[in-house]
Design a protein around this ligand. Structure first.
Ligand code: MG
Length: 346
């Protein structure tokens, strides 16, 4: 008979032996790999081999890693001193919208008082969204309907990032644009009137009115050597009814047909980092990016000095953190807790 876990733990503790991977200073990745590849070490049929044969080893290995590392990782990330230092020195917060500031049509509890705290402390904030099916004006209206009044200039979008880039670096380009009216509106008010024929740049956005003819035309131009830009890299957009295909998925179809990958804009690209620095006039280390997604929001801090704050009010769950290579500087349950931490500074 196999003894209970507690019995084994007690026996190990009695002889001062380690009882978890953290005590022997193994990181989450190494521990995961040791579970998945351990079965290759000796020629015998173990429970690891059985799980592998049933197609369950990776799933259960992730659960075991989370069991040991979840709380430990969060504690390690959110050290009180580190928290204080970052929140004190940051001059500007860039906020993701869905999952961070609101969920669906409802502002997340504490979001509005967070903005108040930021203003009261002489710091500033901007919103940033990758959603290229809308524009800043639309978001200003949406926020107003939910009870949050901000100016249009407070909302930064991936549309603005790509438009600024084209205006500064690709002036005079004839653009074939695959996108919604909001995106077209943004291009036109920047003086770029999309064309139907003979373009020398193809731009694809999150087009929720996508038609086969347009995709086909875009593929034709790209195949003939016209450069291919994409407004945002997201594969999916979360909605109340689940995921819907976003710009990245539309581009994947075009790439499958043409063999050409687009140049992406929006977060987490360096184009967006540069845009944020230009708009705020601040340095990377003066800014904190707050968001709920590791691979877009938190990835904004990769290879640069921008601070990143993960909130657990949207997509990311605590258990996603252990195995993610993208780690935030700080973690909070929601903006409400960021506000409380800000208030404690003074
Ligand atoms: Mg989000």
């Amino acid at each position: 008979m196999i003894p209970e876990v507690n019995t084994i733990e007690d026996l190990l503790k009695a002889v001062k032996a380690p009882i978890n991977p953290i005590e022997v200073e193994i990181d989450a990745d190494t521990f995961y790999n040791s579970l998945v590849y351990g079965k290759e070490m000796r020629n015998r049929y173990s429970i690891l081999q059985l799980l592998w044969d049933l197609g369950l080893l990776e799933k259960y290995s992730r659960e075991v890693v989370n069991y040991f590392f979840k709380e430990q990782l969060i504690k390690k990330v959110s050290l009180p001193d580190k928290e204080k230092n970052i929140l004190k020195k940051v001059k500007c917060f860039i906020l993701d919208m869905d999952g961070t500031f609101y969920l669906g049509n409802r502002i997340i509890d504490g979001s509005l008082s967070f903005l108040e705290s930021v203003k009261n402390r002489g710091k500033c904030f901007y919103f940033f969204t990758n959603n290229s099916s809308r524009n800043a004006k639309y978001y200003q209206e949406q926020l107003k309907k939910m009870g949050c009044v901000v100016e249009e200039k407070d909302i930064l979008t991936s549309n603005q990032v790509i438009i600024k880039y084209i205006t500064e670096n690709q002036k005079g380009r004839q653009v074939y644009l695959v996108g919604n009216d909001y995106l077209k509106e943004d291009f036109e008010s920047a003086g770029i009137k999309p064309v139907d024929d003979n373009p020398n740049l193809v731009v694809v956005g999150f087009d929720t009115t996508l038609a086969y003819q347009q995709v086909s035309k875009a593929c034709h131009y790209i195949r003939n050597g016209v450069p291919f830009f994409a407004v945002n890299p997201d594969f999916n957009c979360p909605t109340e009814k689940g995921f819907i295909p976003d710009c990245g998925s539309i581009c994947a179809m075009i790439t499958a047909s043409t063999g050409v990958n687009p140049v992406f804009f929006g977060k987490p690209t360096h184009h967006t980092l540069q845009y944020i620095l230009d708009r705020t006039g601040l340095r990377e280390q003066d800014i904190a990016y707050i968001g709920d997604r590791l691979y877009t929001d938190i990835a904004m801090g990769k290879d640069n000095q921008m601070n990143t704050i993960l909130v657990l009010s949207g997509e990311t769950r605590k258990e996603d953190l252990a195995l993610s290579k993208i780690k935030p500087d700080l973690i909070f349950e929601s903006l409400k807790e960021v506000k409380l931490a800000l208030d404690k500074l003074y």
